[in-house]
Design a protein around this ligand. Structure first.
Ligand code: IPM
Ligand code: MN
Length: 359
């Protein structure tokens, strides 16, 4: 029997609750498809700070590096907000992404028809929305040096640096074109090339890479316009490729098209070990209440089977199960409009598991 090893990092806030639901679902598909999952749980973020004093302990690094894929809940919360920057929970996430060399972050924003009323936009605007945001994850302003707060004369200066090397743009552009080939063959590269030199280079390199993908249609858009177009007419987009920072912002906007931030999964690929996490945060305001939406995490686990284990048929089954549960009217609070049956985090996980068992 095939055995796979998955590092599980629940993290903070709603992290542990939503991860538990994803594990229910993973166990169910393992049973169905006849493979075994070896879960290795480890601490990250605030939970790790509380136990060990640091957000990304060496032991967690070892666990991660000896696994085939990583499933992460969320990190951060008010409890750790006043800590010095270098040991904040968020640092762990950035460190993890860097350690795994997962430079390509795929964030699919796909509307489930059942949730059309959960979106804050009109049904005719969002019906059929299916956007893949390809966010660069290992470079850009998140990692550029110099960064920090320095003394400059009689005041302080805060600095972050937007920086992209050609090879960093090249590799993310290739991923975007590859992904587009399996979809509707349209890539929109989002930059701010009217102002930022780093993204003038970005645009140039994307154009160059495009020469090997001429079957894919390429267009460029400034980020401010892109933010507007995503709200105005989201169906014009297929694949959106962009920098780390722009991707962070635009993917939240895309998530809202689909009804809730609680719906959007992500896969971070490009290194040997894939990282899978919902795009939302730790939601400290609702942590421990059993009301969080676990679907983004369940769908992140689903992406793991496709991208890390080459088992797209498993992702398909999970996707069908989620759809079946939604079609029966079950919703967590965040995606409930009129006439739905509100269920808890745990109930949602169990409902998806039951659907899988029925197939
Ligand atoms: C995300 C999050 C992270 C990011 C934070 C928590 C570091 O917002 O995954 O989108 O900015 O990348
Ligand atoms: Mn974000």
């Amino acid at each position: 029997m095939r055995e796979i090893t998955v590092a599980v990092l629940p993290g903070d806030g709603i992290g542990p609750e939503i991860i538990e639901q994803a594990i229910k679902v993973m166990d169910a598909v393992a049973g169905k498809f006849g493979f075994k999952i070896d879960y290795k749980e480890a601490l990250i973020g605030g939970a790790a700070i509380d136990e060990t004093g640091v957000p990304f302990p060496e032991e967690t690094k070892d666990v991660v590096l000896s696994s085939e894929a990583v499933l992460l809940g969320a990190v951060g919360g008010p409890k750790w907000d006043d800590l010095e920057f270098s040991i904040r929970p968020e640092r762990a996430l950035l460190g993890l992404r860097k350690l795994l060399n997962t430079f390509a972050n795929l964030r699919p924003a796909k509307l489930y028809n059942e949730l059309i009323d959960a979106s804050s936009l009109k049904p005719e605007i969002v019906k059929g929305v299916d956007i893949m945001v390809v966010r660069e994850l290992n470079s850009g302003i998140y990692f550029g040096i110099p960064n920090g707060v320095f003394v400059d004369g009689d005041e302080r200066v805060g600095i972050n640096t937007l920086r992209y090397k050609e090879h960093e743009v090249e590799r993310i552009a290739k991923v975007a074109f590859d992904v587009a080939r399996k979809r509707n063959k349209k890539v929109t590269s989002v930059d701010k090339a009217n102002v930022l030199e780093a993204t003038v280079l970005w645009r140039e390199v994307v154009e160059r890479v495009h020469k090997d993908f001429e079957d894919v249609e390429l267009s460029h858009m400034y980020v401010d316009n892109a933010a507007m177009q995503i709200i105005r007419w989201p169906k014009q987009f297929d694949v959106v490729v962009t920098t780390n920072m722009f991707g962070d912002i635009l993917s939240d906007a895309c998530a809202m098209l689909t009804g809730s931030l609680g719906m959007l999964p992500s896969a971070s690929i490009g290194g040997d070990i894939g990282l899978y996490e919902p795009i939302h945060g730790s939601a400290p305001d609702i942590a421990g209440q059993n009301i969080a939406n676990p679907i983004a995490t369940i769908n992140s686990a689903a992406m793991m089977f496709t991208y890390s284990f080459n088992m797209p048929e498993v992702e398909e089954v999970i996707d069908k199960a989620v759809k079946a549960v939604l079609a029966k009217g079950y919703r967590t609070k965040d995606i409930c409009s009129d006439g739905c049956k509100v269920v808890s985090t745990e109930e949602m996980g169990s409902l998806v598991r039951e659907e899988i068992e029925k197939f």
